[in-house]
Design a protein around this ligand. Structure first.
Ligand SMILES: NC(=O)c1ccc[n+]([C@@H]2O[C@H](COP(=O)([O-])OP(=O)(O)OC[C@H]3O[C@@H](n4cnc5c(N)ncnc54)[C@H](OP(=O)(O)O)[C@@H]3O)[C@@H](O)[C@H]2O)c1
Length: 302
């Protein structure tokens, strides 16, 4: 069953190294029903929950899935869900351009399947290449000649007419790209000290376990190639620790950098909380402006 979209009462606790505690009331933004979000990895354990979270907030969702059977029937039949049966890793550039056309946001919950082929076979750079190619597709969209200084959710979105009456084929503001990543990856824009033992283990994972190097490279692409002031793409990289499955969203804490050692003292993060945060980043301007261009670490509240 999809979450109740009228439940606006949840409070989520944030903490950061510079500002110890913030209470930010969960709130819907206006005109959210006109936003469209592309989700890749939508058939995965977290991706399915993200699709639910976005639909429950009234967004139109476009989801690329290799197999339609991997989604619950009730979700697959949702009127605001547009399912694209395709493998995003095998899509051509022109297909990707079609997928991102008129999307206000793109979210990736892609991850390597936990099989020998998934971990060590092709595509080894699944997450990085998909992130890069989707960003390139966004960047190649025609942009509006008229800059817009209104808040994100007050701006004309897909399906709207501009103030001069012309049809808006493309969103007029940078697309939001939200990437699911891992607390085992450092934000190299910041000083995130780790123990010598952690450093050694991560080094081994980097060279011995392709998915870890892939997660690192995907975040590095957004951090360095897109950067902080791109005109077409803004981004946030969500870093959960050990993923667990819970049926309900619970309180969670967000941090600028890990507060625990992801190898030797890992925390827990519910997939549904990851999905909740990713959806909030996409629809909520206050949360987006707090975390855009950053790599928030998310832990379940203990
Ligand atoms: N496990 C943990 O404790 C942990 C902790 C922190 C972060 N993470 C990260 O969290 C992310 C997602 O986790 P999850 O448990 O939600 O993942 P998941 O259930 O394994 O979902 C992975 C998604 O990626 C898709 N995918 C895999 N290989 C593909 C390919 N070659 N081409 C196209 N699509 C492909 C899958 O599609 P199909 O359904 O078609 O296979 C599925 O939609 C991963 O990046 C992982 O590194 C994991």
């Amino acid at each position: 069953m999809l979450p109740d979209p009228t439940d606006q009462t949840k409070l989520v606790l944030f903490s950061a190294s510079t500002i110890p505690f913030h209470f930010i009331p969960f709130q819907f933004n206006r005109k959210r029903s006109h936003m469209t979000c592309l989700v890749v990895g939508a058939s995965g354990a977290t991706g399915r929950l993200l699709v639910e979270q976005l639909l429950s907030r009234g967004l139109s969702v476009r989801a690329i899935v290799r197999s339609l059977d991997r989604l619950p029937p009730a979700m697959a039949e949702h009127p605001n869900l547009d399912l694209i049966p395709a493998s995003v890793s095998q899509a051509s550039d022109s297909e990707l351009a079609d997928f991102v056309r008129d999307c206000d946001a793109v979210a990736s919950c892609l991850g390597h399947n936990l099989t020998f082929q998934g971990l060590f076979g092709s595509p080894r750079r699944l997450v990085t290449d998909t992130t890069q190619r989707l960003c390139n597709a966004i960047m190649s969209r025609p942009t509006s000649s008229k800059p817009c200084d209104r808040p994100y959710t007050d701006r004309p979105h897909t399906g709207h007419r501009d103030t001069d009456g012309s049809e808006l084929d493309q969103p007029k503001q940078p697309a939001r790209f939200v990437l699911m990543n891992t607390a085992g990856n450092s934000n190299r824009d910041l000083n995130e000290p780790v123990s010598f033992a952690h450093h050694c283990v991560i080094g081994l994972l980097r060279y011995g376990l392709p998915p870890h190097a892939d997660n690192e490279a995907a975040a590095d692409f957004l951090r360095t190639a897109i950067g902080q002031n791109h005109s077409s793409v803004e981004w946030a990289v969500v870093r959960p620790d050990t993923l667990i499955d819970e049926s309900e969203v619970s309180e969670y804490d967000l941090h600028t950098s890990p507060t625990r050692d992801a190898i030797f003292n890992a925390g827990k993060t519910s997939r549904i909380n990851v999905a909740h945060l990713m959806a909030d980043l996409i629809v909520n301007d206050a949360i987006w402006s707090r975390w855009q261009g950053q790599m928030p670490v998310i832990y379940n509240r203990e």
